[in-house]
Design a protein around this ligand. Structure first.
Ligand SMILES: Cc1ncc(C[n+]2csc(CCOP(=O)(O)OP(=O)(O)O)c2C)c(N)n1
Ligand SMILES: [Mg+2]
Length: 612
Protein backbone atom coordinates (compact mmCIF):
# COMPACT_ATOMS: atom_id res chain seq x y z
CA UNK A 1 0.00 0.00 0.00
CA UNK A 2 1.64 3.23 -1.13
CA UNK A 3 1.36 5.99 1.48
CA UNK A 4 3.58 8.65 2.96
CA UNK A 5 5.30 7.87 6.25
CA UNK A 6 2.93 10.26 8.02
CA UNK A 7 -0.15 8.74 6.35
CA UNK A 8 1.01 5.27 7.37
CA UNK A 9 1.60 6.45 10.92
CA UNK A 10 -1.86 7.99 11.22
CA UNK A 11 -3.55 4.94 9.71
CA UNK A 12 -1.63 2.66 12.07
CA UNK A 13 -2.57 4.68 15.17
CA UNK A 14 -6.26 4.55 14.30
CA UNK A 15 -6.11 0.75 14.47
CA UNK A 16 -4.44 0.27 17.87
CA UNK A 17 -6.41 -1.02 20.85
CA UNK A 18 -5.57 -1.91 24.42
CA UNK A 19 -7.24 -4.72 26.32
CA UNK A 20 -7.35 -5.60 30.00
CA UNK A 21 -9.74 -7.95 31.78
CA UNK A 22 -11.34 -8.68 28.43
CA UNK A 23 -12.38 -5.06 27.78
CA UNK A 24 -10.96 -3.23 24.75
CA UNK A 25 -10.19 0.48 24.55
CA UNK A 26 -8.99 2.68 21.74
CA UNK A 27 -5.30 3.07 22.63
CA UNK A 28 -4.91 6.40 20.84
CA UNK A 29 -8.07 8.41 21.42
CA UNK A 30 -7.04 11.27 19.17
CA UNK A 31 -4.29 13.68 18.18
CA UNK A 32 -3.56 16.96 19.93
CA UNK A 33 -1.51 19.25 17.78
CA UNK A 34 -0.04 22.53 16.75
CA UNK A 35 1.16 22.75 13.17
CA UNK A 36 4.26 24.40 11.76
CA UNK A 37 6.55 23.69 8.83
CA UNK A 38 7.91 20.66 10.71
CA UNK A 39 4.62 18.74 10.67
CA UNK A 40 1.96 20.50 8.58
CA UNK A 41 2.84 18.88 5.26
CA UNK A 42 3.47 15.48 6.86
CA UNK A 43 1.28 14.63 9.85
CA UNK A 44 -1.04 17.57 9.15
CA UNK A 45 -1.64 16.45 5.58
CA UNK A 46 -2.05 12.85 6.70
CA UNK A 47 -4.67 13.76 9.31
CA UNK A 48 -6.60 15.69 6.68
CA UNK A 49 -6.27 12.87 4.16
CA UNK A 50 -7.13 10.08 6.59
CA UNK A 51 -10.26 11.95 7.63
CA UNK A 52 -9.08 12.80 11.09
CA UNK A 53 -10.22 16.36 10.66
CA UNK A 54 -13.60 14.79 11.34
CA UNK A 55 -14.08 13.27 14.75
CA UNK A 56 -13.65 9.56 14.18
CA UNK A 57 -11.58 7.43 14.46
CA UNK A 58 -8.70 9.75 15.29
CA UNK A 59 -10.12 13.18 16.12
CA UNK A 60 -7.76 16.14 15.95
CA UNK A 61 -7.72 18.84 18.65
CA UNK A 62 -6.00 22.18 18.20
CA UNK A 63 -4.22 23.09 21.45
CA UNK A 64 -2.58 26.42 22.36
CA UNK A 65 0.79 25.29 23.67
CA UNK A 66 2.70 22.04 23.11
CA UNK A 67 3.49 21.61 26.81
CA UNK A 68 -0.20 21.98 27.57
CA UNK A 69 -1.19 19.34 25.05
CA UNK A 70 1.02 16.79 26.81
CA UNK A 71 -0.67 17.76 30.10
CA UNK A 72 -4.04 17.19 28.44
CA UNK A 73 -2.90 13.77 27.23
CA UNK A 74 -1.64 12.93 30.74
CA UNK A 75 -4.89 14.05 32.40
CA UNK A 76 -6.78 11.87 29.97
CA UNK A 77 -4.47 8.84 30.38
CA UNK A 78 -4.67 8.97 34.17
CA UNK A 79 -8.44 9.21 34.04
CA UNK A 80 -8.55 6.23 31.68
CA UNK A 81 -6.16 4.22 33.92
CA UNK A 82 -3.42 4.17 31.26
CA UNK A 83 -5.54 2.12 28.88
CA UNK A 84 -5.99 5.00 26.45
CA UNK A 85 -4.07 8.17 25.66
CA UNK A 86 -3.44 10.83 23.01
CA UNK A 87 -0.76 11.42 20.43
CA UNK A 88 0.75 14.93 20.40
CA UNK A 89 2.08 16.35 17.14
CA UNK A 90 4.46 19.31 17.22
CA UNK A 91 6.48 21.17 14.63
CA UNK A 92 10.27 21.21 14.81
CA UNK A 93 12.37 23.47 17.05
CA UNK A 94 10.39 25.39 19.69
CA UNK A 95 7.24 23.37 19.09
CA UNK A 96 9.22 20.22 19.84
CA UNK A 97 11.11 21.58 22.85
CA UNK A 98 7.86 22.86 24.34
CA UNK A 99 7.04 19.16 24.75
CA UNK A 100 9.95 18.63 27.12
CA UNK A 101 8.25 19.59 30.40
CA UNK A 102 5.19 17.57 29.51
CA UNK A 103 7.33 14.55 28.66
CA UNK A 104 9.09 14.69 32.01
CA UNK A 105 5.75 15.00 33.78
CA UNK A 106 4.32 11.99 31.95
CA UNK A 107 7.30 9.76 32.59
CA UNK A 108 7.61 10.73 36.25
CA UNK A 109 3.93 10.00 36.80
CA UNK A 110 4.25 6.74 34.83
CA UNK A 111 1.57 7.83 32.40
CA UNK A 112 1.56 6.98 28.69
CA UNK A 113 1.68 9.72 26.05
CA UNK A 114 2.84 9.48 22.44
CA UNK A 115 4.94 12.45 21.32
CA UNK A 116 5.46 13.10 17.63
CA UNK A 117 7.81 16.07 17.21
CA UNK A 118 8.89 17.02 13.72
CA UNK A 119 12.63 16.86 13.13
CA UNK A 120 15.23 18.31 10.77
CA UNK A 121 15.64 16.82 7.28
CA UNK A 122 17.06 13.31 7.28
CA UNK A 123 18.68 14.12 3.89
CA UNK A 124 20.19 17.33 5.31
CA UNK A 125 19.58 18.65 1.80
CA UNK A 126 19.00 22.27 2.79
CA UNK A 127 20.32 22.62 6.33
CA UNK A 128 20.45 24.41 8.55
CA UNK A 129 16.69 24.66 8.29
CA UNK A 130 14.60 27.22 10.10
CA UNK A 131 14.75 26.51 13.85
CA UNK A 132 17.59 24.00 13.59
CA UNK A 133 20.13 23.83 16.41
CA UNK A 134 23.53 23.20 14.85
CA UNK A 135 26.01 21.19 16.84
CA UNK A 136 29.53 21.68 15.47
CA UNK A 137 30.55 18.25 16.87
CA UNK A 138 27.88 16.25 15.07
CA UNK A 139 25.21 16.61 12.39
CA UNK A 140 23.30 13.80 14.05
CA UNK A 141 21.93 15.96 16.87
CA UNK A 142 18.72 17.94 16.96
CA UNK A 143 16.80 19.66 19.76
CA UNK A 144 14.62 16.54 19.91
CA UNK A 145 17.48 14.70 21.57
CA UNK A 146 16.49 16.63 24.70
CA UNK A 147 13.49 14.29 24.80
CA UNK A 148 15.66 11.15 24.94
CA UNK A 149 16.27 10.97 28.69
CA UNK A 150 12.64 11.88 29.36
CA UNK A 151 11.18 9.18 27.15
CA UNK A 152 10.76 5.49 27.95
CA UNK A 153 11.20 4.85 24.26
CA UNK A 154 12.73 7.26 21.76
CA UNK A 155 13.38 6.77 18.10
CA UNK A 156 14.06 8.94 15.09
CA UNK A 157 12.55 7.75 11.84
CA UNK A 158 15.27 8.53 9.34
CA UNK A 159 13.89 6.20 6.68
CA UNK A 160 10.31 5.02 6.07
CA UNK A 161 11.44 1.41 6.50
CA UNK A 162 12.20 2.14 10.15
CA UNK A 163 8.63 3.11 10.96
CA UNK A 164 6.93 -0.30 11.48
CA UNK A 165 9.35 -1.64 14.10
CA UNK A 166 9.44 1.73 15.86
CA UNK A 167 5.64 1.85 15.99
CA UNK A 168 5.42 -1.64 17.46
CA UNK A 169 8.00 -0.80 20.11
CA UNK A 170 6.18 2.44 20.91
CA UNK A 171 2.86 0.65 21.43
CA UNK A 172 4.50 -2.05 23.56
CA UNK A 173 6.01 0.55 25.90
CA UNK A 174 2.83 2.64 26.10
CA UNK A 175 0.82 -0.40 27.21
CA UNK A 176 3.43 -1.93 29.52
CA UNK A 177 2.44 -1.04 33.10
CA UNK A 178 6.04 -1.14 34.32
CA UNK A 179 7.63 0.64 31.37
CA UNK A 180 5.08 3.22 30.42
CA UNK A 181 5.66 6.97 30.21
CA UNK A 182 6.42 9.39 27.42
CA UNK A 183 7.18 7.68 24.12
CA UNK A 184 8.75 9.81 21.40
CA UNK A 185 8.97 9.22 17.69
CA UNK A 186 10.92 12.07 16.15
CA UNK A 187 9.86 12.56 12.54
CA UNK A 188 12.22 14.32 10.13
CA UNK A 189 10.07 16.58 8.01
CA UNK A 190 11.20 15.16 4.68
CA UNK A 191 10.59 11.55 5.78
CA UNK A 192 7.06 12.42 6.90
CA UNK A 193 6.15 13.33 3.33
CA UNK A 194 8.08 10.49 1.66
CA UNK A 195 6.07 7.69 0.02
CA UNK A 196 6.75 4.03 0.63
CA UNK A 197 5.12 0.67 -0.14
CA UNK A 198 3.79 -0.60 3.18
CA UNK A 199 2.69 -4.15 3.93
CA UNK A 200 -1.08 -4.37 4.48
CA UNK A 201 -0.56 -6.14 7.84
CA UNK A 202 0.82 -2.95 9.30
CA UNK A 203 -2.70 -1.53 9.28
CA UNK A 204 -4.51 -4.54 10.70
CA UNK A 205 -6.47 -4.03 13.90
CA UNK A 206 -4.02 -4.76 16.71
CA UNK A 207 -4.90 -5.37 20.35
CA UNK A 208 -2.28 -4.81 23.03
CA UNK A 209 -2.94 -6.90 26.10
CA UNK A 210 -2.23 -5.00 29.33
CA UNK A 211 -1.07 -7.67 31.74
CA UNK A 212 -1.75 -8.24 35.42
CA UNK A 213 1.45 -10.00 36.44
CA UNK A 214 0.98 -12.34 39.42
CA UNK A 215 3.53 -12.56 42.24
CA UNK A 216 6.30 -15.11 41.91
CA UNK A 217 5.60 -17.94 44.43
CA UNK A 218 8.96 -17.67 46.24
CA UNK A 219 8.59 -13.90 46.67
CA UNK A 220 5.03 -14.38 47.84
CA UNK A 221 6.14 -16.92 50.44
CA UNK A 222 8.65 -14.44 51.84
CA UNK A 223 6.03 -11.70 51.87
CA UNK A 224 3.68 -13.96 53.83
CA UNK A 225 6.42 -14.57 56.36
CA UNK A 226 6.93 -10.86 56.74
CA UNK A 227 3.22 -10.28 57.28
CA UNK A 228 3.07 -12.98 59.94
CA UNK A 229 5.91 -11.33 61.85
CA UNK A 230 4.17 -7.95 61.81
CA UNK A 231 1.89 -6.66 64.57
CA UNK A 232 1.71 -3.00 63.53
CA UNK A 233 1.43 -2.93 59.72
CA UNK A 234 0.57 0.14 57.67
CA UNK A 235 -0.31 0.30 53.98
CA UNK A 236 0.93 3.15 51.81
CA UNK A 237 -1.42 3.25 48.85
CA UNK A 238 0.01 4.93 45.75
CA UNK A 239 -1.07 5.58 42.18
CA UNK A 240 -0.57 1.91 41.34
CA UNK A 241 -3.80 1.12 43.19
CA UNK A 242 -5.65 3.39 40.79
CA UNK A 243 -3.97 2.13 37.62
CA UNK A 244 -4.65 -1.46 38.64
CA UNK A 245 -8.22 -0.60 39.72
CA UNK A 246 -7.45 -2.48 42.92
CA UNK A 247 -9.75 -0.51 45.26
CA UNK A 248 -12.00 -3.42 46.19
CA UNK A 249 -9.04 -5.70 46.80
CA UNK A 250 -7.33 -3.03 48.89
CA UNK A 251 -10.42 -2.48 51.04
CA UNK A 252 -10.94 -6.21 51.50
CA UNK A 253 -7.31 -6.84 52.48
CA UNK A 254 -7.31 -3.90 54.93
CA UNK A 255 -10.60 -4.98 56.52
CA UNK A 256 -9.77 -8.68 56.72
CA UNK A 257 -6.38 -8.09 58.33
CA UNK A 258 -7.02 -4.89 60.31
CA UNK A 259 -4.45 -2.84 58.41
CA UNK A 260 -4.70 0.98 58.35
CA UNK A 261 -4.26 2.60 54.93
CA UNK A 262 -2.39 5.86 54.33
CA UNK A 263 -2.45 7.45 50.88
CA UNK A 264 0.06 9.30 48.71
CA UNK A 265 -1.06 12.13 46.44
CA UNK A 266 -1.45 9.74 43.49
CA UNK A 267 -3.17 7.16 45.70
CA UNK A 268 -5.60 9.48 47.45
CA UNK A 269 -9.15 8.21 47.18
CA UNK A 270 -7.99 4.57 47.16
CA UNK A 271 -10.34 4.17 50.11
CA UNK A 272 -13.25 6.53 50.77
CA UNK A 273 -12.19 8.98 53.51
CA UNK A 274 -14.69 7.53 55.98
CA UNK A 275 -13.73 3.88 55.47
CA UNK A 276 -12.87 2.31 58.86
CA UNK A 277 -9.31 1.51 57.73
CA UNK A 278 -8.61 4.90 56.11
CA UNK A 279 -6.13 7.13 57.94
CA UNK A 280 -5.79 9.62 55.06
CA UNK A 281 -2.81 11.35 53.52
CA UNK A 282 0.67 10.21 54.51
CA UNK A 283 4.01 12.03 54.60
CA UNK A 284 5.01 15.67 54.73
CA UNK A 285 1.51 16.71 53.70
CA UNK A 286 -0.02 13.88 55.70
CA UNK A 287 -2.63 13.69 58.43
CA UNK A 288 -1.68 13.46 62.09
CA UNK A 289 -3.28 10.00 62.08
CA UNK A 290 -1.25 8.50 59.23
CA UNK A 291 2.01 10.16 60.23
CA UNK A 292 1.70 9.03 63.86
CA UNK A 293 1.07 5.45 62.77
CA UNK A 294 3.94 5.62 60.28
CA UNK A 295 6.36 6.41 63.10
CA UNK A 296 5.19 3.38 65.09
CA UNK A 297 4.60 0.83 62.34
CA UNK A 298 6.79 -2.28 62.24
CA UNK A 299 5.92 -3.06 58.60
CA UNK A 300 5.10 -0.69 55.75
CA UNK A 301 3.28 -2.32 52.87
CA UNK A 302 3.74 -0.05 49.88
CA UNK A 303 1.20 -0.71 47.14
CA UNK A 304 2.02 0.99 43.84
CA UNK A 305 4.08 3.80 45.35
CA UNK A 306 7.33 5.44 44.26
CA UNK A 307 8.15 6.56 47.82
CA UNK A 308 8.94 10.18 47.01
CA UNK A 309 10.40 12.45 49.65
CA UNK A 310 6.92 13.82 50.35
CA UNK A 311 5.71 10.31 51.19
CA UNK A 312 8.67 9.33 53.37
CA UNK A 313 9.06 12.82 54.90
CA UNK A 314 12.51 12.75 53.33
CA UNK A 315 13.18 9.36 54.93
CA UNK A 316 12.37 10.46 58.46
CA UNK A 317 8.84 9.13 58.76
CA UNK A 318 8.94 5.38 59.04
CA UNK A 319 10.66 4.81 62.42
CA UNK A 320 12.16 1.33 62.27
CA UNK A 321 9.67 -0.28 59.91
CA UNK A 322 10.58 -2.91 57.36
CA UNK A 323 9.15 -2.58 53.87
CA UNK A 324 7.11 -4.92 51.73
CA UNK A 325 6.67 -3.35 48.30
CA UNK A 326 3.99 -4.43 45.89
CA UNK A 327 4.77 -2.87 42.54
CA UNK A 328 4.45 -3.81 38.92
CA UNK A 329 7.87 -2.19 38.34
CA UNK A 330 10.86 -3.89 39.97
CA UNK A 331 12.53 -0.49 40.07
CA UNK A 332 9.94 0.76 42.56
CA UNK A 333 9.49 -2.53 44.40
CA UNK A 334 13.18 -2.48 45.32
CA UNK A 335 12.99 0.88 47.08
CA UNK A 336 13.89 1.31 50.76
CA UNK A 337 15.55 -2.13 50.67
CA UNK A 338 12.06 -3.57 50.76
CA UNK A 339 10.98 -7.10 50.06
CA UNK A 340 10.06 -6.97 46.39
CA UNK A 341 6.69 -8.32 45.38
CA UNK A 342 6.71 -7.52 41.69
CA UNK A 343 3.11 -7.84 40.60
CA UNK A 344 -0.07 -6.09 39.64
CA UNK A 345 -1.60 -4.51 42.76
CA UNK A 346 -4.91 -6.31 42.37
CA UNK A 347 -3.26 -9.69 41.83
CA UNK A 348 -0.87 -9.23 44.75
CA UNK A 349 -3.54 -8.04 47.20
CA UNK A 350 -5.72 -11.01 46.31
CA UNK A 351 -2.82 -13.36 46.99
CA UNK A 352 -1.91 -11.68 50.28
CA UNK A 353 -5.53 -11.70 51.39
CA UNK A 354 -5.35 -15.50 51.64
CA UNK A 355 -2.94 -15.29 54.56
CA UNK A 356 -4.30 -16.23 57.95
CA UNK A 357 -2.97 -13.30 59.92
CA UNK A 358 -4.24 -10.12 61.59
CA UNK A 359 -2.65 -6.98 62.95
CA UNK A 360 -2.84 -6.47 66.73
CA UNK A 361 -6.38 -5.48 67.63
CA UNK A 362 -5.06 -2.52 69.67
CA UNK A 363 -3.20 -1.21 66.65
CA UNK A 364 -6.27 -1.38 64.41
CA UNK A 365 -8.40 0.31 67.09
CA UNK A 366 -5.82 3.02 67.61
CA UNK A 367 -5.83 3.74 63.88
CA UNK A 368 -9.60 4.26 63.94
CA UNK A 369 -9.38 6.56 66.97
CA UNK A 370 -6.65 8.65 65.34
CA UNK A 371 -8.56 8.86 62.06
CA UNK A 372 -11.74 9.98 63.83
CA UNK A 373 -9.82 12.68 65.69
CA UNK A 374 -8.29 13.80 62.41
CA UNK A 375 -11.68 14.12 60.73
CA UNK A 376 -12.77 16.39 63.59
CA UNK A 377 -9.72 18.56 62.81
CA UNK A 378 -10.72 18.69 59.15
CA UNK A 379 -14.20 19.75 60.22
CA UNK A 380 -12.71 22.66 62.19
CA UNK A 381 -10.50 23.69 59.24
CA UNK A 382 -13.48 23.64 56.87
CA UNK A 383 -15.76 25.60 59.23
CA UNK A 384 -15.34 29.34 59.30
CA UNK A 385 -17.09 32.55 58.45
CA UNK A 386 -14.10 34.01 56.60
CA UNK A 387 -13.12 32.78 53.15
CA UNK A 388 -9.71 31.33 53.97
CA UNK A 389 -8.20 28.77 51.60
CA UNK A 390 -9.17 25.78 53.82
CA UNK A 391 -12.75 27.10 54.05
CA UNK A 392 -12.84 27.53 50.26
CA UNK A 393 -11.58 23.97 49.76
CA UNK A 394 -14.26 22.70 52.16
CA UNK A 395 -16.94 24.38 50.07
CA UNK A 396 -15.49 22.97 46.84
CA UNK A 397 -15.38 19.55 48.51
CA UNK A 398 -19.05 19.82 49.42
CA UNK A 399 -20.10 20.93 45.93
CA UNK A 400 -17.77 18.51 44.09
CA UNK A 401 -19.63 15.33 45.10
CA UNK A 402 -19.55 13.07 42.07
CA UNK A 403 -17.04 15.32 40.33
CA UNK A 404 -13.27 15.42 39.99
CA UNK A 405 -10.99 18.01 41.54
CA UNK A 406 -7.78 18.80 39.60
CA UNK A 407 -4.70 20.55 40.97
CA UNK A 408 -0.91 20.35 40.75
CA UNK A 409 1.25 23.03 42.38
CA UNK A 410 1.38 25.74 45.01
CA UNK A 411 -0.11 25.70 48.48
CA UNK A 412 -3.25 23.80 47.50
CA UNK A 413 -1.81 20.30 46.95
CA UNK A 414 -0.72 20.14 50.59
CA UNK A 415 -4.04 21.44 51.90
CA UNK A 416 -5.95 19.14 49.56
CA UNK A 417 -3.88 16.09 50.47
CA UNK A 418 -4.49 16.66 54.18
CA UNK A 419 -8.05 17.95 54.12
CA UNK A 420 -9.90 16.75 51.03
CA UNK A 421 -12.56 14.17 51.75
CA UNK A 422 -12.50 11.86 48.74
CA UNK A 423 -15.67 9.86 48.68
CA UNK A 424 -14.84 7.83 45.58
CA UNK A 425 -11.62 6.84 43.82
CA UNK A 426 -12.21 9.13 40.84
CA UNK A 427 -12.61 12.32 42.78
CA UNK A 428 -9.05 13.39 43.42
CA UNK A 429 -6.63 14.24 40.63
CA UNK A 430 -3.58 16.08 41.93
CA UNK A 431 -0.49 15.83 39.72
CA UNK A 432 2.27 15.73 42.32
CA UNK A 433 4.92 13.66 40.61
CA UNK A 434 6.16 16.78 38.81
CA UNK A 435 3.95 19.27 40.66
CA UNK A 436 4.04 21.31 37.51
CA UNK A 437 2.63 24.82 37.59
CA UNK A 438 0.43 25.10 34.54
CA UNK A 439 -0.80 21.51 34.57
CA UNK A 440 -4.14 22.40 36.14
CA UNK A 441 -6.28 23.77 33.30
CA UNK A 442 -4.63 21.79 30.51
CA UNK A 443 -4.68 18.59 32.58
CA UNK A 444 -8.27 19.29 33.65
CA UNK A 445 -9.25 19.44 29.98
CA UNK A 446 -7.82 15.93 29.56
CA UNK A 447 -9.67 14.71 32.65
CA UNK A 448 -12.94 16.00 31.23
CA UNK A 449 -12.25 14.40 27.83
CA UNK A 450 -11.65 11.15 29.71
CA UNK A 451 -14.72 11.40 31.95
CA UNK A 452 -17.25 13.66 30.18
CA UNK A 453 -20.02 12.54 32.55
CA UNK A 454 -18.23 14.04 35.55
CA UNK A 455 -18.09 17.64 36.70
CA UNK A 456 -14.41 18.62 36.51
CA UNK A 457 -13.41 21.30 38.99
CA UNK A 458 -9.95 22.73 38.37
CA UNK A 459 -8.33 24.49 41.31
CA UNK A 460 -5.59 26.81 40.11
CA UNK A 461 -3.40 29.33 41.92
CA UNK A 462 -2.74 32.73 40.36
CA UNK A 463 0.91 31.78 39.79
CA UNK A 464 -0.05 28.64 37.90
CA UNK A 465 -2.79 30.50 36.06
CA UNK A 466 -0.31 33.09 34.78
CA UNK A 467 1.94 30.32 33.51
CA UNK A 468 -0.65 28.46 31.50
CA UNK A 469 -4.23 29.69 31.29
CA UNK A 470 -4.54 29.58 27.53
CA UNK A 471 -6.13 26.15 27.31
CA UNK A 472 -9.37 27.81 28.42
CA UNK A 473 -9.57 28.75 24.75
CA UNK A 474 -9.19 25.08 23.78
CA UNK A 475 -11.93 24.06 26.23
CA UNK A 476 -14.21 26.73 24.73
CA UNK A 477 -13.35 25.59 21.19
CA UNK A 478 -14.26 21.98 22.02
CA UNK A 479 -17.35 22.84 24.05
CA UNK A 480 -15.71 20.96 26.91
CA UNK A 481 -17.00 22.37 30.15
CA UNK A 482 -14.66 23.02 33.05
CA UNK A 483 -15.32 24.73 36.35
CA UNK A 484 -12.11 26.59 37.19
CA UNK A 485 -11.66 27.96 40.69
CA UNK A 486 -8.91 30.55 40.45
CA UNK A 487 -7.42 31.16 43.90
CA UNK A 488 -5.78 34.55 43.62
CA UNK A 489 -3.48 35.46 46.51
CA UNK A 490 -1.20 37.75 44.48
CA UNK A 491 1.81 35.50 44.32
CA UNK A 492 3.36 32.31 45.61
CA UNK A 493 1.84 31.61 49.03
CA UNK A 494 3.55 28.23 49.17
CA UNK A 495 7.03 29.32 48.22
CA UNK A 496 6.62 32.49 50.27
CA UNK A 497 6.15 30.41 53.40
CA UNK A 498 8.96 28.06 52.44
CA UNK A 499 11.24 31.02 51.70
CA UNK A 500 10.59 32.50 55.12
CA UNK A 501 11.23 29.16 56.83
CA UNK A 502 14.66 28.76 55.17
CA UNK A 503 15.84 32.32 55.80
CA UNK A 504 15.26 33.61 52.28
CA UNK A 505 13.02 36.49 53.41
CA UNK A 506 10.17 35.80 50.97
CA UNK A 507 12.25 37.34 48.18
CA UNK A 508 10.41 37.29 44.87
CA UNK A 509 7.35 35.41 46.08
CA UNK A 510 4.70 38.16 46.02
CA UNK A 511 3.41 39.90 42.93
CA UNK A 512 4.55 43.45 43.68
CA UNK A 513 5.84 46.26 41.50
CA UNK A 514 9.41 47.40 41.94
CA UNK A 515 9.33 49.85 44.86
CA UNK A 516 11.10 53.14 45.49
CA UNK A 517 14.01 51.39 47.23
CA UNK A 518 14.59 49.14 44.22
CA UNK A 519 13.07 46.02 45.80
CA UNK A 520 10.06 44.02 44.59
CA UNK A 521 8.01 45.37 47.48
CA UNK A 522 6.04 48.16 45.84
CA UNK A 523 2.33 48.35 45.07
CA UNK A 524 0.32 45.20 44.32
CA UNK A 525 0.24 44.60 40.55
CA UNK A 526 -2.88 45.86 38.82
CA UNK A 527 -3.73 42.42 37.44
CA UNK A 528 -7.31 41.36 36.92
CA UNK A 529 -7.18 37.64 36.20
CA UNK A 530 -10.97 37.37 36.14
CA UNK A 531 -11.07 39.78 33.21
CA UNK A 532 -8.25 37.79 31.64
CA UNK A 533 -10.28 34.58 31.94
CA UNK A 534 -13.31 36.27 30.40
CA UNK A 535 -11.16 37.39 27.48
CA UNK A 536 -10.34 33.72 26.76
CA UNK A 537 -14.01 32.93 26.38
CA UNK A 538 -14.97 31.70 29.86
CA UNK A 539 -17.89 32.89 31.92
CA UNK A 540 -16.60 34.50 35.08
CA UNK A 541 -18.02 34.75 38.59
CA UNK A 542 -16.39 36.40 41.57
CA UNK A 543 -16.65 35.21 45.16
CA UNK A 544 -15.36 36.85 48.34
CA UNK A 545 -17.37 35.16 51.11
CA UNK A 546 -18.18 31.51 51.86
CA UNK A 547 -21.80 32.14 50.81
CA UNK A 548 -20.90 33.79 47.52
CA UNK A 549 -18.44 30.98 46.72
CA UNK A 550 -21.09 28.36 47.37
CA UNK A 551 -23.59 30.24 45.19
CA UNK A 552 -21.03 30.73 42.41
CA UNK A 553 -20.11 27.04 42.38
CA UNK A 554 -23.75 26.00 42.22
CA UNK A 555 -24.26 28.36 39.30
CA UNK A 556 -21.09 27.14 37.58
CA UNK A 557 -22.24 23.55 37.99
CA UNK A 558 -25.61 24.32 36.42
CA UNK A 559 -24.06 26.11 33.46
CA UNK A 560 -23.06 24.25 30.30
CA UNK A 561 -20.16 26.65 29.70
CA UNK A 562 -16.63 26.75 31.06
CA UNK A 563 -16.83 29.00 34.08
CA UNK A 564 -14.05 30.59 36.10
CA UNK A 565 -14.83 31.36 39.72
CA UNK A 566 -12.38 34.00 40.92
CA UNK A 567 -11.60 33.84 44.63
CA UNK A 568 -9.34 36.09 46.69
CA UNK A 569 -8.97 34.16 49.93
CA UNK A 570 -8.27 35.94 53.21
CA UNK A 571 -5.10 34.82 55.02
CA UNK A 572 -5.54 31.71 57.14
CA UNK A 573 -3.84 28.35 56.97
CA UNK A 574 -4.99 24.81 57.59
CA UNK A 575 -3.28 22.42 60.01
CA UNK A 576 0.53 22.47 60.00
CA UNK A 577 2.74 19.70 58.65
CA UNK A 578 3.35 16.83 61.03
CA UNK A 579 6.38 15.54 59.20
CA UNK A 580 9.53 17.04 57.77
CA UNK A 581 10.63 17.83 54.23
CA UNK A 582 14.32 18.12 53.37
CA UNK A 583 15.02 21.50 51.79
CA UNK A 584 18.68 22.32 52.50
CA UNK A 585 19.30 25.63 54.29
CA UNK A 586 22.35 27.89 53.90
CA UNK A 587 25.17 26.49 56.02
CA UNK A 588 26.64 29.95 56.54
CA UNK A 589 24.77 33.23 56.52
CA UNK A 590 24.84 36.76 57.91
CA UNK A 591 21.04 36.67 58.24
CA UNK A 592 19.95 35.63 61.76
CA UNK A 593 16.80 33.91 60.47
CA UNK A 594 18.87 31.80 58.07
CA UNK A 595 21.18 30.75 60.92
CA UNK A 596 18.17 29.81 63.05
CA UNK A 597 16.69 27.89 60.12
CA UNK A 598 19.96 26.00 59.67
CA UNK A 599 19.91 24.96 63.33
CA UNK A 600 16.41 23.57 62.90
CA UNK A 601 17.54 21.87 59.69
CA UNK A 602 20.53 20.16 61.28
CA UNK A 603 18.31 18.93 64.10
CA UNK A 604 15.70 17.44 61.74
CA UNK A 605 18.34 15.93 59.47
CA UNK A 606 19.53 13.68 62.30
CA UNK A 607 16.39 11.56 61.97
CA UNK A 608 17.05 10.80 58.32
CA UNK A 609 17.46 7.07 57.67
CA UNK A 610 19.35 5.53 54.80
CA UNK A 611 16.97 2.56 54.35
CA UNK A 612 19.85 0.25 53.61
C1 LIG B 1 6.72 25.10 36.35
C2 LIG B 1 7.04 25.31 37.79
N1 LIG B 1 7.87 26.30 38.14
C3 LIG B 1 8.17 26.51 39.45
C4 LIG B 1 7.64 25.71 40.41
C5 LIG B 1 8.00 25.98 41.88
N2 LIG B 1 6.78 26.44 42.58
C6 LIG B 1 6.04 25.57 43.28
S1 LIG B 1 4.68 26.29 43.90
C7 LIG B 1 5.06 27.78 43.23
C8 LIG B 1 4.15 28.96 43.40
C9 LIG B 1 2.73 28.66 42.98
O1 LIG B 1 1.98 29.85 43.04
P1 LIG B 1 0.41 29.81 42.92
O2 LIG B 1 0.01 29.01 41.77
O3 LIG B 1 -0.10 31.20 42.98
O4 LIG B 1 -0.03 29.00 44.23
P2 LIG B 1 0.07 29.45 45.77
O5 LIG B 1 1.40 28.99 46.26
O6 LIG B 1 -0.09 30.92 45.86
O7 LIG B 1 -1.03 28.69 46.43
C10 LIG B 1 6.27 27.72 42.55
C11 LIG B 1 6.92 28.86 41.88
C12 LIG B 1 6.78 24.66 39.99
N3 LIG B 1 6.23 23.81 40.85
N4 LIG B 1 6.48 24.51 38.69
MG1 LIG C 1 -0.85 32.29 44.48
Amino acid sequence: MRLTTAQALVRFLANQWSERDGVEHRLIAGVLGIFGHGNVAGIGQALAEEGAGTRDPLPYYLARNEQAMVHTAVGYARTRRRLSTFACTASIGPGATNLVTGAALATINRLPVLLLPGDIFATRAAGPVLQELEDPRSYDVSVNDSLRPLSRFFDRINRPEQLPSALLAAMRVLTDPAETGAVTLALPQDVQAEAHDWPEELFARRVWHVPRPVPEPAALARAVELLRESRRPLIVAGGGVRYSEAWTELARFAENHGVPVGETQAGKGALPYDHPCAVGAIGHTGTRAADTLAREADLVIGVGTRYTDFTTASRTLFGQARFLNVNVAAFDAAKNSGLMLVADARAALRALDEVDWRADADWTRRATTLATAWQAEVGRAYAGTQLTQPVALGIVNEIAAGGVVVNAAGSMPGDLHRLWRASDPEQYHVEYGYSCMGYEIAGGLGVKLGAPEREVIVLVGDGSYLMMAQEIATAVQEGVKLVIVLVDNQGFASIGRLSESVGARRLGTAYRARGAGGELDGAPLPLDLAVNAASLGADVLRADTPESLRAALVKAKESARTTVVHVEPVPGDGPDAHAWWDVPVAEVSALPEARAARERYDEAKRDQRSYL
